[in-house]
Design a protein around this ligand. Structure first.
Ligand code: GLA
Length: 390
């Protein structure tokens, strides 16, 4: 996206000049899925697909928001002092939640602003378009009003927006990845302590591909909340015999030795995924640091199998994409990424094999599913920030 284009969009809609530009990335999670609300590790990086904003101050107390992606919604206006969730306000709810919680914590804003948004993260594709918009809003507000807010605090407010404003009991993975990322790195984050390490993702001979199934199941949010509840139930059972605070505290051995206490097949499989996936994530990050891409890829594959068999958050389309990927020459590993129930998968592929990979997987996917998928080459990005217009 050209900043010029963004500014001319702003002018056309608001009839005046926008004077500042911000960018917030999307994310892929390399491994560590459904571990973040279980006190486990995640290993995401931010990507150059993201959400842009052009903004300018207003003199009154209202925020006027327009998205180039949803032109039919027109300009959505709301007042700083009466911010409430409204289903009909769709995408602006992310923005509203952030503004409301920032005001709650850091005081009322003196005036509103106009914001023109454009995003190129496919919606509902599990690439965190919502966290991208939340952090974008947070950074816009902080910079416009010179507030002293740490990026990590915006990350936490983003999660709060998701949990309390939107009602999705998600963990901190998405907001953390979007807010804290460094280009050419993935973050090994301990979601229990929020300690993290930026690990270089230098793959001179490989590409990370994003395979979009172009499908998303209904009821994603309620299925997601159910998975979380099931993990909590399994944890409560384990806590009758073990003194642990989260599933992330368990080794595979301790889990195996004590799992009988859970007494339910579904709950046991959910907990097993959380425990094993956490350990896989630690090992995968070690492997990447040691330049052992082969092991990394094998762990990605195991992660997918576990998400398919034990956690049951894959669907026909994402399973097919991953199975097709596994069969291609030059593939190091592949798995679904994000919450699941549709959305995207990722694959690490030798550079020379990328072209054939894309052609083969796209053709076979279309033939079997009946509608096309999309494959993109992922480039890593920095976390949310203002762009210098000079
Ligand atoms: C969604 C949630 C995250 C995380 C992932 C699964 O993206 O927003 O918090 O739980 O699913 O790893």
């Amino acid at each position: 996206m050209e900043t010029k284009q963004l500014l001319s969009g702003f002018k056309e809609i608001f009839g005046k000049d926008g004077d500042r530009i911000f960018f917030s990335p999307g994310r892929i999670n390399l491994i560590g899925e459904h571990t973040d609300y279980n006190g486990g590790k995640v290993f995401p990086c931010a990507i150059t697909m993201g959400t842009y904003a052009a903004v300018s101050m207003r003199e009154d107390q209202s925020i006027q928001a327009y998205s180039e992606n949803f032109p039919n919604d027109g300009i959505i206006t709301f007042d700083l002092s009466t911010i409430q969730y409204k289903k009909g306000d769709k995408w602006t709810n992310y923005l509203k939640g952030m503004v409301r919680y920032i005001q709650e914590k850091y005081g009322e804003l003196p005036n509103g602003f106009d914001i023109y948004i454009y995003g190129n993260i496919p919606n509902g594709a599990s690439l965190s378009s919502s966290a991208s918009l939340e952090l974008l809003t947070g950074v816009v507000v902080r910079e416009l009003f010179d507030l002293e807010i740490e990026q990590l605090d915006l990350v936490k407010l983003g999660m709060r927006t998701e949990n309390e404003f939107l009602g999705l009991n998600s963990g901190i993975l998405d907001q953390f990845a979007v807010g804290m990322a460094e280009k050419a790195h993935a973050m090994l984050l301990d979601t229990n302590t929020l300690e993290y390490e930026q690990i270089p993702v230098e793959l001179p001979e490989h590409k990370i591909l994003i395979m979009n199934s172009m499908t998303r199941r209904e009821l994603v949010d309620s299925e997601y909340n159910l998975r979380r509840k099931q993990c909590e139930e399994a944890l409560a059972k384990l806590q009758t015999v073990l003194s642990i605070e989260s599933l992330g505290a368990l080794s595979e051995e301790t889990f195996e030795a004590n799992k009988a206490v859970i007494g339910d097949d579904v709950l046991t499989r959910r907990a097993k995924h959380a425990v094993y996936e956490n350990k896989r994530t630690e090992r995968a990050a070690e492997a990447l640091k040691a330049g052992d891409l082969k092991t990394f890829g094998q762990l990605m594959n195991k992660s997918h199998t576990s998400l398919h068999e034990d956690y049951e958050v894959t669907v026909k389309e994402t399973d097919l994409l991953v199975r097709l990927a596994w069969k291609q020459p030059g593939v190091v590993g592949a798995r679904m990424t994000g919450g699941g129930f549709g959305g995207c998968c990722i694959a690490i592929v030798e550079q020379d094999a990328v072209e054939d990979f894309i052609e083969n997987v796209e053709a076979a996917y279309l033939a079997e599913i009946g509608h096309p998928g999309e494959i993109y080459i992922a480039e890593t990005a920095d976390g949310t920030k203002e762009w210098d217009l000079a």
